[in-house]
Design a protein around this ligand. Structure first.
Ligand code: 1GP
Length: 253
Protein backbone atom coordinates (compact mmCIF):
# COMPACT_ATOMS: atom_id res chain seq x y z
CA UNK A 1 0.00 0.00 0.00
CA UNK A 2 1.34 3.41 -0.93
CA UNK A 3 0.07 6.88 -0.12
CA UNK A 4 0.74 9.15 -3.07
CA UNK A 5 1.45 12.85 -2.55
CA UNK A 6 -1.47 14.97 -3.71
CA UNK A 7 -1.40 17.66 -6.36
CA UNK A 8 -1.18 20.65 -4.03
CA UNK A 9 1.55 19.19 -1.83
CA UNK A 10 3.58 18.23 -4.92
CA UNK A 11 3.12 21.77 -6.28
CA UNK A 12 4.32 23.25 -2.98
CA UNK A 13 7.38 20.98 -2.81
CA UNK A 14 8.24 21.69 -6.43
CA UNK A 15 8.02 25.47 -5.93
CA UNK A 16 10.18 25.13 -2.82
CA UNK A 17 13.00 23.72 -4.95
CA UNK A 18 13.12 27.10 -6.64
CA UNK A 19 12.40 29.70 -3.97
CA UNK A 20 10.79 30.53 -0.64
CA UNK A 21 7.02 30.68 -0.73
CA UNK A 22 4.32 33.14 0.27
CA UNK A 23 0.85 31.99 1.29
CA UNK A 24 -1.89 34.56 1.92
CA UNK A 25 -4.39 33.74 4.64
CA UNK A 26 -7.93 35.11 4.54
CA UNK A 27 -10.42 34.74 7.36
CA UNK A 28 -13.96 34.45 5.91
CA UNK A 29 -15.22 36.44 8.88
CA UNK A 30 -13.10 39.43 7.89
CA UNK A 31 -13.59 39.58 4.11
CA UNK A 32 -16.58 39.38 1.79
CA UNK A 33 -16.44 36.90 -1.09
CA UNK A 34 -15.94 39.80 -3.53
CA UNK A 35 -12.97 41.22 -1.65
CA UNK A 36 -11.53 37.71 -1.17
CA UNK A 37 -11.75 37.09 -4.91
CA UNK A 38 -10.07 40.40 -5.65
CA UNK A 39 -7.25 39.75 -3.16
CA UNK A 40 -6.71 36.26 -4.63
CA UNK A 41 -6.53 37.71 -8.15
CA UNK A 42 -3.96 40.30 -7.06
CA UNK A 43 -2.04 37.68 -5.06
CA UNK A 44 -1.67 35.53 -8.15
CA UNK A 45 -0.49 38.50 -10.21
CA UNK A 46 2.07 39.47 -7.59
CA UNK A 47 3.51 35.93 -7.36
CA UNK A 48 1.94 34.51 -4.19
CA UNK A 49 1.95 30.69 -4.21
CA UNK A 50 -1.30 29.69 -2.47
CA UNK A 51 -4.33 31.01 -0.61
CA UNK A 52 -5.13 29.72 2.86
CA UNK A 53 -8.66 30.04 4.22
CA UNK A 54 -9.66 29.73 7.84
CA UNK A 55 -10.11 31.32 11.22
CA UNK A 56 -10.70 30.47 14.84
CA UNK A 57 -14.24 31.82 15.12
CA UNK A 58 -17.08 31.38 12.67
CA UNK A 59 -15.16 30.44 9.51
CA UNK A 60 -17.70 27.75 8.70
CA UNK A 61 -20.65 26.80 6.53
CA UNK A 62 -21.95 29.23 3.92
CA UNK A 63 -19.60 32.01 4.97
CA UNK A 64 -16.62 29.73 4.36
CA UNK A 65 -18.01 28.21 1.13
CA UNK A 66 -18.76 31.66 -0.31
CA UNK A 67 -15.19 32.87 0.17
CA UNK A 68 -13.59 29.66 -1.13
CA UNK A 69 -15.78 29.68 -4.25
CA UNK A 70 -15.06 33.34 -4.96
CA UNK A 71 -11.32 32.66 -4.78
CA UNK A 72 -11.60 29.64 -7.06
CA UNK A 73 -13.50 31.76 -9.58
CA UNK A 74 -11.02 34.64 -9.54
CA UNK A 75 -7.63 32.90 -9.53
CA UNK A 76 -5.80 29.69 -10.32
CA UNK A 77 -4.00 29.60 -6.98
CA UNK A 78 -4.56 26.47 -4.90
CA UNK A 79 -6.91 26.99 -1.97
CA UNK A 80 -5.75 25.29 1.22
CA UNK A 81 -8.09 25.17 4.20
CA UNK A 82 -6.63 26.22 7.53
CA UNK A 83 -9.38 25.05 9.88
CA UNK A 84 -9.96 26.04 13.49
CA UNK A 85 -11.85 22.75 13.91
CA UNK A 86 -13.77 20.16 11.85
CA UNK A 87 -16.27 22.96 11.16
CA UNK A 88 -13.71 24.61 8.87
CA UNK A 89 -14.09 22.21 5.93
CA UNK A 90 -15.40 23.35 2.54
CA UNK A 91 -15.95 20.98 -0.35
CA UNK A 92 -14.84 23.70 -2.78
CA UNK A 93 -11.25 23.78 -1.50
CA UNK A 94 -8.34 21.92 -3.10
CA UNK A 95 -6.52 20.85 0.05
CA UNK A 96 -6.63 21.08 3.81
CA UNK A 97 -3.84 21.44 6.32
CA UNK A 98 -4.73 18.36 8.35
CA UNK A 99 -3.18 19.89 11.40
CA UNK A 100 -2.68 19.01 15.02
CA UNK A 101 -2.14 21.71 17.63
CA UNK A 102 0.60 19.73 19.32
CA UNK A 103 0.99 22.08 22.29
CA UNK A 104 -2.69 22.28 23.16
CA UNK A 105 -3.77 21.18 26.61
CA UNK A 106 -6.99 19.86 25.15
CA UNK A 107 -6.97 16.59 23.19
CA UNK A 108 -9.86 17.91 21.08
CA UNK A 109 -7.38 20.15 19.22
CA UNK A 110 -4.73 17.43 18.94
CA UNK A 111 -6.76 14.47 17.63
CA UNK A 112 -10.46 14.91 18.52
CA UNK A 113 -11.54 17.44 15.93
CA UNK A 114 -9.38 15.63 13.36
CA UNK A 115 -11.32 12.40 13.92
CA UNK A 116 -14.63 14.28 13.60
CA UNK A 117 -13.51 15.82 10.30
CA UNK A 118 -11.71 12.88 8.70
CA UNK A 119 -14.70 11.29 6.94
CA UNK A 120 -15.84 14.66 5.60
CA UNK A 121 -12.41 15.30 4.08
CA UNK A 122 -12.50 11.84 2.46
CA UNK A 123 -16.07 12.24 1.18
CA UNK A 124 -15.32 15.59 -0.45
CA UNK A 125 -12.02 14.34 -1.89
CA UNK A 126 -10.05 17.22 -0.37
CA UNK A 127 -6.29 16.63 -0.29
CA UNK A 128 -5.08 16.34 3.32
CA UNK A 129 -1.62 17.75 4.09
CA UNK A 130 -0.45 16.59 7.53
CA UNK A 131 1.00 19.45 9.55
CA UNK A 132 2.32 20.00 13.07
CA UNK A 133 0.92 23.27 14.36
CA UNK A 134 2.74 24.99 17.23
CA UNK A 135 1.47 28.09 18.96
CA UNK A 136 4.18 30.45 20.16
CA UNK A 137 3.65 33.37 22.55
CA UNK A 138 1.57 35.53 22.44
CA UNK A 139 -0.68 33.08 20.53
CA UNK A 140 -3.54 35.55 20.16
CA UNK A 141 -7.03 34.17 19.45
CA UNK A 142 -5.91 30.76 18.23
CA UNK A 143 -3.87 30.27 21.38
CA UNK A 144 -6.87 31.02 23.57
CA UNK A 145 -9.45 29.13 21.55
CA UNK A 146 -7.11 26.18 20.97
CA UNK A 147 -6.32 25.95 24.68
CA UNK A 148 -2.61 26.08 23.89
CA UNK A 149 0.22 26.29 26.34
CA UNK A 150 2.02 28.85 24.16
CA UNK A 151 5.75 28.18 23.78
CA UNK A 152 7.73 31.01 25.44
CA UNK A 153 9.40 33.27 22.86
CA UNK A 154 12.80 32.92 24.52
CA UNK A 155 12.69 29.10 24.58
CA UNK A 156 13.52 28.02 21.00
CA UNK A 157 14.54 24.57 22.19
CA UNK A 158 11.00 23.75 23.28
CA UNK A 159 9.71 24.71 19.83
CA UNK A 160 12.43 22.59 18.20
CA UNK A 161 11.55 19.57 20.36
CA UNK A 162 7.85 19.81 19.45
CA UNK A 163 8.69 20.36 15.79
CA UNK A 164 10.92 17.28 15.64
CA UNK A 165 8.29 15.25 17.47
CA UNK A 166 5.79 16.37 14.81
CA UNK A 167 8.12 15.21 12.05
CA UNK A 168 8.69 11.86 13.79
CA UNK A 169 4.91 11.47 14.09
CA UNK A 170 4.76 11.67 10.30
CA UNK A 171 3.71 15.28 9.78
CA UNK A 172 5.11 16.64 6.54
CA UNK A 173 5.07 20.36 7.45
CA UNK A 174 5.71 22.29 10.67
CA UNK A 175 3.99 25.64 11.32
CA UNK A 176 5.26 28.11 13.93
CA UNK A 177 2.34 30.39 14.75
CA UNK A 178 2.62 33.59 16.81
CA UNK A 179 -1.12 34.16 16.32
CA UNK A 180 -2.95 36.33 13.84
CA UNK A 181 -2.32 40.00 14.57
CA UNK A 182 0.52 39.27 17.03
CA UNK A 183 2.50 42.37 17.95
CA UNK A 184 5.80 40.60 17.16
CA UNK A 185 6.38 37.71 14.77
CA UNK A 186 8.07 34.45 15.83
CA UNK A 187 11.65 35.34 16.89
CA UNK A 188 14.35 34.62 14.24
CA UNK A 189 16.41 32.63 16.80
CA UNK A 190 13.50 30.23 17.24
CA UNK A 191 13.03 29.88 13.48
CA UNK A 192 16.71 29.07 12.94
CA UNK A 193 16.89 26.45 15.66
CA UNK A 194 13.73 24.70 14.43
CA UNK A 195 15.05 24.84 10.85
CA UNK A 196 18.31 23.24 11.97
CA UNK A 197 16.57 20.39 13.75
CA UNK A 198 13.83 19.32 11.29
CA UNK A 199 13.99 18.12 7.69
CA UNK A 200 10.44 18.99 6.57
CA UNK A 201 9.39 22.43 5.26
CA UNK A 202 8.92 25.11 7.92
CA UNK A 203 5.96 27.49 7.75
CA UNK A 204 6.00 30.70 9.82
CA UNK A 205 3.16 33.15 10.42
CA UNK A 206 1.54 35.58 12.79
CA UNK A 207 2.42 39.27 13.08
CA UNK A 208 4.41 39.56 9.84
CA UNK A 209 3.43 43.00 8.56
CA UNK A 210 6.40 44.30 6.58
CA UNK A 211 8.67 43.10 3.82
CA UNK A 212 11.57 43.50 6.21
CA UNK A 213 10.00 41.19 8.83
CA UNK A 214 9.23 38.64 6.12
CA UNK A 215 12.82 38.81 4.85
CA UNK A 216 14.18 38.29 8.39
CA UNK A 217 11.99 35.21 8.87
CA UNK A 218 13.19 33.78 5.56
CA UNK A 219 16.84 34.54 6.39
CA UNK A 220 16.38 32.77 9.70
CA UNK A 221 15.22 29.64 7.84
CA UNK A 222 11.46 29.83 7.15
CA UNK A 223 10.47 28.08 3.91
CA UNK A 224 6.92 29.41 3.69
CA UNK A 225 5.66 32.72 5.08
CA UNK A 226 1.99 33.20 5.85
CA UNK A 227 0.55 36.70 5.91
CA UNK A 228 -3.04 37.65 6.68
CA UNK A 229 -3.85 40.74 8.72
CA UNK A 230 -1.42 43.05 6.89
CA UNK A 231 -3.22 42.37 3.61
CA UNK A 232 -6.79 42.09 4.94
CA UNK A 233 -6.52 45.29 6.94
CA UNK A 234 -4.53 47.32 4.41
CA UNK A 235 -7.39 49.80 4.13
CA UNK A 236 -8.16 49.55 0.41
CA UNK A 237 -7.63 47.12 -2.43
CA UNK A 238 -4.94 49.37 -3.84
CA UNK A 239 -3.07 49.36 -0.54
CA UNK A 240 -3.58 45.60 -0.24
CA UNK A 241 -1.84 45.18 -3.59
CA UNK A 242 1.09 47.36 -2.48
CA UNK A 243 1.34 45.35 0.73
CA UNK A 244 1.28 42.06 -1.19
CA UNK A 245 4.08 43.32 -3.41
CA UNK A 246 6.15 44.49 -0.44
CA UNK A 247 5.73 41.21 1.45
CA UNK A 248 6.38 39.10 -1.61
CA UNK A 249 9.56 41.01 -2.37
CA UNK A 250 10.77 40.48 1.21
CA UNK A 251 10.18 36.74 0.83
CA UNK A 252 11.42 36.11 -2.70
CA UNK A 253 14.01 38.91 -2.98
C1 1GP B 1 -2.42 33.49 11.43
O1 1GP B 1 -0.17 33.03 10.88
C2 1GP B 1 -1.34 33.57 10.39
O2 1GP B 1 -2.88 32.22 11.60
C3 1GP B 1 -1.20 34.96 9.85
O3 1GP B 1 -1.07 35.93 10.87
O4 1GP B 1 -2.80 37.66 10.38
O5 1GP B 1 -0.79 38.22 11.77
O6 1GP B 1 -0.56 37.84 9.31
P1 1GP B 1 -1.32 37.50 10.57
Amino acid sequence: MKIELGKVESYVLKNLEREKLHFVLLDPEDVTPDVAGEIARMSEEVGVDAMMIGGSTGAEGEVLDGVVRAIKESSNLPVILFPGSHGGISKYADAIFFMSLLNSRNPFFITGSQALGAFTVKRYGIEPIPMAYLVIEPGETVGWVGDAKPIPRHKPKIAAAYALAGQYLGMRFVYLEAGSGAREPVPPEMISLVRKVIDVPLIVGGGIRTGEQARKAVEAGADIIVTGTAVEKAGSLEKAREKLEELNKGIKG
